[in-house]
Structures are given as structure tokens and as C-alpha cells.
Ligand binder design. Structure first.
Ligand code: FES
Ligand code: FES
Length: 169
């Protein structure tokens, strides 16, 4: 069974050691997903698999047979860019842009986690039916995505605004 990338089927690599990140970038020419540390420390390689965020540098492509992978290229539809992408521009949530695809995919994964009530390390009430995306929750949940340009204030503002506006989907 192939893997689906942004709705299009792709062959899995014959070599089981190939990471999902390298499949995207080196084989499929999807260069939007970035390679930063290549060891799970920076978040630049974040993509969505069946709506959940993962670090594609730590994932073997063959593990994702039959799964739906969404990269930054898959977020732009007929209506243009995703609202979160617009918000990043409006709030200056980037400088060089290298971390941005990972930030945006990660934030979309965050929105899905909030929708299903998944707690984080700073969630005070683990029995709460709904969790509020406080500034502490947002920063904790995005702490795996580093920005060496220091655009974190704009990133947080863009994510908070998009979430509050209910434009997360
Ligand atoms: S490149 Fe994957 S976490 Fe840094
Ligand atoms: S915008 Fe340059 S690393 Fe984040």
C-alpha cells in the first residue's frame, strides 16, 4: 500500500532506512518541510499524519504506509492560503521563514489536540472537559518548534488569533 502525501499516492522507498523527511525532500521534491537538526530537537520538519503532528526526521517513511501525510504544500487549497498562513504574515510571525512550515503544521496539530481535549504539561485540571488555550498552554504546546530568528511573539500572536477566530480547521 502506498503512502498518501497531500492527497496524492506516492511509492514508499525500497530502503527502509529512509526517513519520511528525506522521502519528502529528496524523492518527492517537497522542499517546504525543512531539515534543521535532523535529530528531533527543532521542529522544522513537523508534518501532519492523519491530523497529528510528528517530526518527520525521526520517522521512517515505511512506517507510514497507507497513512495520510499533510505538508505545508498541502495546506493551500482553491481558496488560497490557510488562514493561519495569513495570520503569520499579518503578525510578522517569521523572518527567514525556515522554521515557518514546521511552526504552521505544528500549530494545526495543536488545534486538533485542543479539540479532543488532550492535556499538556501545564494543564492544571486533567479532568476538565475543555481546555482553554491560555498563553502558557500555547507556549508549552509550541515549545518543540524553535525559531532562531526570534519571531516567537509574532508566532504566538498568529496562532492565538487564528484559534480564537475558530479558523483552525
Ligand atoms: S529537523 Fe526534525 S526536529 Fe529538527
Ligand atoms: S523565521 Fe527564521 S528560524 Fe524562524
Amino acid at each position: 500500500m502506498p503512502i498518501r502525501i497531500n492527497g496524492t499516492e506516492a511509492d514508499l522507498p525500497a530502503d527502509p532506512r529512509v526517513s519520511l523527511l528525506d522521502l519528502l525532500r529528496e524523492t518527492l521534491d517537497l522542499h517546504g518541510t525543512k531539515k534543521g537538526c535532523n535529530q528531533g530537537a527543532c521542529g522544522a520538519c513537523t508534518v501532519l499524519v492523519d491530523g497529528e503532528r510528528i517530526l518527520s526526521c525521526l520517522a521512517l517513511a515505511v512506517q507510514y504506509e497507507g497513512r495520510d501525510v499533510t505538508t505545508i504544500e498541502g495546506l493551500t487549497g482553491e481558496g488560497g492560503m490557510h488562514p493561519l498562513q495569513h495570520a503569520f504574515i499579518e503578525h510578522d510571525g517569521l523572518q527567514c521563514g525556515y522554521c515557518t512550515p514546521g511552526q504552521i503544521c505544528s500549530a494545526l496539530g495543536l488545534f486538533a489536540e485542543m479539540a479532543r481535549g488532550a492535556p499538556s504539561m501545564v494543564t492544571a485540571d486533567l479532568s476538565a472537559e475543555t481546555i482553554t488555550l491560555t498563553p502558557d498552554e500555547l507556549r508549552e504546546r509550541m515549545s518543540g518548534n524553535l525559531c532562531r530568528c526570534g519571531a516567537h511573539n509574532g508566532i504566538v500572536a498568529a496562532i492565538a488569533e487564528t484559534y480564537a477566530a475558530g479558523r483552525a480547521a
